[in-house]
Ligand binder design. Structure first.
Ligand SMILES: CC(C)(COP(=O)(O)OP(=O)(O)OC[C@H]1O[C@@H](n2cnc3c(N)ncnc32)[C@H](O)[C@@H]1OP(=O)(O)O)[C@@H](O)C(=O)NCCC(=O)NCCS
Length: 203
């Protein structure tokens, strides 16, 4: 039996559990600080808190973080021993044989990571997102559903690219930035800023 512990039983955690099942895990347990032990989420149950997951880690093949918030995901991934970190790729996603994908990453249904793209640790490439050739998606970013990141774009650590956002080729998105849903990003985005609209401007 292949066992995985999922840290976080919210919306993203559920998606990660489904993904783990598609990747051959047959025992899938949630650990969450805000959900009562014994709560069933579909066919899976919450079996303890996040600290419990770390005290029971030897009974799992892998641990993965199912939390959407970038900073929280980073903190939790950094506690997982390297040999138990895992990257899960949905069977309908396409990841180029020439792309590099780090640890603790999820690539969800229908997403594409194209040639020579690089995806750092703890990144979420959400459903249907496209990461084009030579992009660099740095650690702990979240690329939301349907976002299109054109070639040679850099998305720096902890940034959140909103659903359906498009980013022109060659752009750099700074650290801890947010691009809103459906934003059309045609200029570099400053660290810690939020941009919205078409063309995208600071909020
Ligand atoms: C950009 C964003 C972070 C702003 O969130 P916020 O700071 O809570 O902003 P608010 O909802 O208070 O909205 C502030 C103003 O910006 C506008 N606004 C918010 N998001 C916008 C967007 N994506 N595009 C255009 N305008 C937007 C609101 O209409 C509001 O305008 P008003 O002041 O004229 O009423 C958020 O709306 C967003 O787009 N998040 C991404 C969501 C996403 O992709 N989720 C996927 C999860 S998997």
């Amino acid at each position: 039996m292949k066992a995985i512990a999922i840290l976080g039983a919210g919306g993203h955690g559920k998606v990660v559990a489904d993904l783990a099942s598609l990747n051959g895990f047959t025992r899938i347990d949630f650990f969450d600080d805000k959900t009562k032990r014994g709560t069933m989420i579909g066919p899976w149950s919450v079996v303890g808190t996040v600290d419990d997951a770390f005290s029971q880690q030897s009974t799992y093949h892998s641990l993965i973080v199912g939390v959407g918030d970038n900073k929280t995901r980073a903190k939790l991934l950094e506690r997982i021993p390297t040999q138990q970190r895992i990257t899960l790729i949905h069977p309908t996603a396409v990841v180029s044989q020439y792309a590099r994908v780090g640890e603790g990453v999820v690539v969800l249904a229908g997403a594409i990571v194209n040639t020579f793209a690089s995806v750092g640790n703890g990144v979420i490439i959400n459903s249907g997102a496209i990461i084009e050739h030579d992009c660099e998606i740095r650690d702990y970013c979240h690329i939301s559903p349907g976002a299109v990141v054109a070639g040679n774009v850099v998305v720096s650590e902890y940034s959140w690219i909103g659903a359906n956002c498009s980013i022109r080729q060659g752009i750099t998105v700074g650290t801890n930035a947010i691009t809103g849903m459906s934003a059309v990003v045609v200029k570099d985005v400053d660290d810690n800023s939020t941009v919205i609209g078409s063309p995208a401007k600071k909020q």
